[in-house]
Write a protein that binds this ligand. Sequence first.
Ligand SMILES: *Cc1c(COP(=O)(O)O)cnc(C)c1O
Length: 350
Amino acid sequence: MKQIHNFSAGPAILPQEVIQNCSEALQNFSGTDLSLIEVSHRSKEFVDVMDEAQDLVKKLMNIGDDYEVMYLQGGASTQFLMVAMNLLETKAAYLNTGTWSLKAIKEAKHFGVIEELASSADKNFSYIPKDFTIGSDYDYFHCTSNNTIFGTQLHDFPSSPVPMICDMSSDIFSRKIDFSAFSLIYAGAQKNMGPAGTTLVVVKKEILDKVSRYIPTMLNYNTHIDKGSMFNTPSVFAVYGCLQTLKWIDSQGLEEIENYNNQKADLIYSEIDQNDLFEGTTAREDRSKMNATFILKDEKLNDSFLNACNEANISGIKGHRSVGGFRASMYNAMRVESVQVLVDVMRNFK
Ligand SMILES: *Cc1c(COP(=O)(O)O)cnc(C)c1O
């Protein structure tokens, strides 16, 4: 196999040892002589995996027993509605920073009044609005920590007098932050945490049981908390993959991971700024460390740049269809050497 530099936005690059461990478990899971994907989720071996995958999240987030950790299905997209269905009684505040925020707002509107506190729609979501305050009369405040498509990121979070809820799908465990400032965090696993197929939800118990509507069993957080994410069959493979990734993250520490991610982001952005063929598409102070978005000033060169990337075994660099241009996604497992390969291609292209 040749080495591919995988800049895909998601599903995305995972550490080699995670892939290795998953491959081995597909053959022989935890000494059972059975494959991971043919054992009961109620077996002791898998229950241990689920327990450890929950405990490690708490450890990495440095949060206590007032929080519950769930591995659900339906993607982050299902959380757009579950959050509102479980938590919205009258009105909630949303920060609109792009496609994913908009989708969250669209779903929540069916359950109560949604106020867009601030939005960067006026400049095609190229920055993070900062000039807003959160009133104390909302059921909760919702934000998206990293805007995977537009390439912006919240480097600071507002202080919120109401429960703060965050879609961290594309930058979870990429940096050291105060996780205890949030009452609910959710993340589709496939960007920075593991294989596609499961969604992490972390919730502070005290915010639940405050709405009056009937919540269908499968959409009710309490169902999954009460049954330890085993009310129905969980995504065994995806949860196992998450556990392997969490162990890898834990072995390095979030501080080390953050430093490494900063190094990669500095490398690509300084090339974007120095190379006059290219231009960044977002406000400098809001640039994402995970997804660097940029364009060629002369669009006619797009195809030949993509060809040059292909020749250097760079994959997944094409921008999202709604934005165009290019996007280099540099999740935790991306090596700085791979970013250097991309930077060299940009330099040679010039
Ligand atoms: C990818 C992504 C989603 C959608 O996740 P699914 O698991 O595919 O539903 C939501 N929010 C953000 C920030 C994302 O990057």
